[in-house]
Unconditional design. Structure first.
Ligand code: GUN
Length: 292
């Protein structure tokens, strides 16, 4: 049977380390790391994520501020809010929760964030530095995945890593990190997407398969090599009348049939999700330290 990579367990351990660093920083400088999140509109999933981020701040001793804006807020108004956060000396970092409503240009918003406060690592400056291997804020989900591999000492050098999905937030940065001359890294990386032909032939060659395409239970057992490591980045609500909530959470991987073939596999929930949040905390702590 596979080893289950519990993101929750790894995240809890890293949160303890962060909390210790926070009290040291407070003692030495009198400052407490401070993260803000801008949430636009009422999307249920986005609200859940932002609330989880705010709650995680409490757990490690950060200050947090939630800026909630109506779904019909104008782009100019949002840019004004961003300008305020950029100029708030009391704030170490902030995120704008995505996706944004269609009338707002996401790229324009991302580029308005001061790179020194870009704890999501989505600004072109942050991503450019990442590609060059320079110190910067790494995007939270890819950073979280590398921490999971590290925690279990999963060998990566010379391995074939196949990434499914090429989003700017996950697939694309993930593929770059896994190819870099570091640990985890030094993989031969194949990035696949919706136009990829013969996907199954490619995924069957993966020693490490990172799945981030956003389709519930897309990866089946016949797509996975015996002994592979599978990291599931997807998260979806599936209707389930047997649950009190009326739904259950599944990933991009058909866990029950894929797991028996793996050496390591991350579950959903309790896998990558908690790691994304803890990576955001790590970046915020880094931003606070950079200030001193
Ligand atoms: N939407 C989905 N994932 C993320 C994330 O990591 N950061 C932000 N800001 N929005 C997201």
């Amino acid at each position: 049977m596979p080893t289950i990579i519990s993101g929750k367990e790894v995240a809890d351990k890293i949160k303890l380390e962060i909390a210790e660093e926070v009290s040291k920083l407070k003692d030495e400088t009198g400052r407490t790391p401070h993260l803000a999140a801008i949430l636009v509109g009422n999307d249920g999933a986005s609200k859940t994520y932002v609330n989880a981020k705010v709650k995680a701040c409490e757990v490690v001793g950060f200050r947090s501020t939630l800026v909630a804006l109506e779904k019909d807020v104008s782009e100019v108004h949002l840019l004004n809010e961003i300008d305020k956060l950029n100029n708030d000396d009391d704030l170490d970092g902030y995120i704008v929760q995505l996706p944004l409503p269609k009338h707002i240009n996401e790229q324009k918003i991302t580029e308005a964030i001061n790179p020194s406060k870009d704890v999501d690592g989505f600004h072109p400056t942050s991503l450019g530095k990442m590609i060059l291997g320079l110190p910067t804020f790494l995007p939270a989900t890819p950073l979280g995945v590398t921490e999971m591999l590290k925690h279990h000492n999963i060998p990566t050098e010379g391995k074939h890593c196949v990434v499914i999905g090429r989003s700017h937030i996950v697939g694309s940065p993930m593929s770059i990190l896994m190819s870099q001359n570091t640990y985890p890294g030094n993989c031969t990386v194949t990035i696949t997407h919706s136009r990829t032909q013969n996907l199954k032939e490619i995924t069957l060659q993966a020693d490490i398969l990172i799945v981030a395409l956003g389709k519930p239970e897309f990866v089946t057992a016949e797509m996975v090599k015996e002994g592979a490591t599978v990291i599931d980045v997807g998260i979806h609500r599936i209707e389930d009348s047997s649950k009190k909530s009326g739904f259950r959470l599944v990933g991009d991987v058909k866990f029950d049939e894929v797991a028996p073939k793996c050496s390591y596999i991350s579950p959903v929930p309790g896998g990558v999700g908690p790691m994304t949040i803890v990576s955001l905390l790590k970046n915020t702590l880094l931003a606070a330290k950079n200030k001193n």
